[in-house]
Design a protein around this ligand. Structure first.
Ligand code: B16
Ligand code: MG
Length: 219
């Protein structure tokens, strides 16, 4: 029986990717690195340090920095990112999500966030959605990032539910792989090709309907 929903944040609840990209872009420029057009997709859902590794690889600069220097570069990017997300408002919630969350609440479903972002609580407060969620996984407590299922298993445990009682939502292929590996029902939102492994798919958040997902889940 369906008892809970677990949501990725960036790309599902809000489009924070544009702010991540802008902040990484500024850091890359400072380091003399040009980001390719594929950078946004490559960074989607990756942890902060994994993202930095991708940026440094673009400039073949991976070996130029010590671990401490890399931490400092990631901190610098995060300071810029925090400035950018400080301007976020409920208008930044992706289409259909507010309604979908209210519908889920009306059905007494438990709600959790499984985001790789350490800034997820800040963003949820900016969006005035913080109180809607019963649990938010602390990514600092994780050993492995998506596609490892750890974050989705942790979210399910925080909700005190079993894998066959939850549906999880993702916009990244690594996220869908993580959900599937957790044994949960996966909903992919975005690019059909990239999310072909999802149990259920919609092209954008505006197409999410509680009834359709419940039907697909119970089939
Ligand atoms: P932070 P998600 C991810 O969010 C972003 O997609 C990814 O670009 C970012 O690097 C990561 O969070 C870490 O974010 O630097 O704020 O800790 O898709 O898992 O909600
Ligand atoms: Mg995402």
């Amino acid at each position: 029986m369906l008892k809970g929903f677990i949501f990725d944040l960036d790309g599902v609840v809000t489009d924070s990717a544009k702010y991540h990209l802008a902040a990484w872009g500024e850091l890359a420029k400072q380091l003399g690195i040009t980001l390719p057009a594929t950078a946004n997709e490559a960074l989607r859902g990756r942890s902060r340090m994994d993202s930095l590794a991708i940026i440094l690889d673009y400039g073949d600069q991976q070996k130029q920095y010590t671990e401490v220097e890399k931490e400092n570069l990631a901190d610098e990017k995060n300071r810029r990112y925090l400035q950018l997300i400080a301007n976020m408002t409920p208008a930044d919630i992706l289409p259909g999500i507010s309604q979908f969350l209210s519908d889920a609440k009306a059905r007494h479903l438990k709600l959790a966030i499984a985001s790789a972002s350490k800034n997820a609580p800040t963003i949820l407060r900016q969006l005035k959605l913080f109180d809607q969620f019963d649990a938010i996984v602390d990514p600092a407590s994780l050993h492995r990032g998506k596609p490892d299922p750890e974050i989705f298993i942790k979210a399910q445990n925080l909700l005190q539910l079993q894998a066959d009682e939850v549906v999880s939502f993702e916009d990244a292929s690594a996220g869908i792989a993580a959900i599937n590996a957790a044994g949960q029902f996966s909903v992919g939102i975005g690019d059909a090709k990239a999310l072909a492994a999802a149990d259920y798919f919609v092209a954008n958040t505006g197409l999410l309907r509680l009834e359709s997902i419940t039907t697909a889940f119970t089939k």
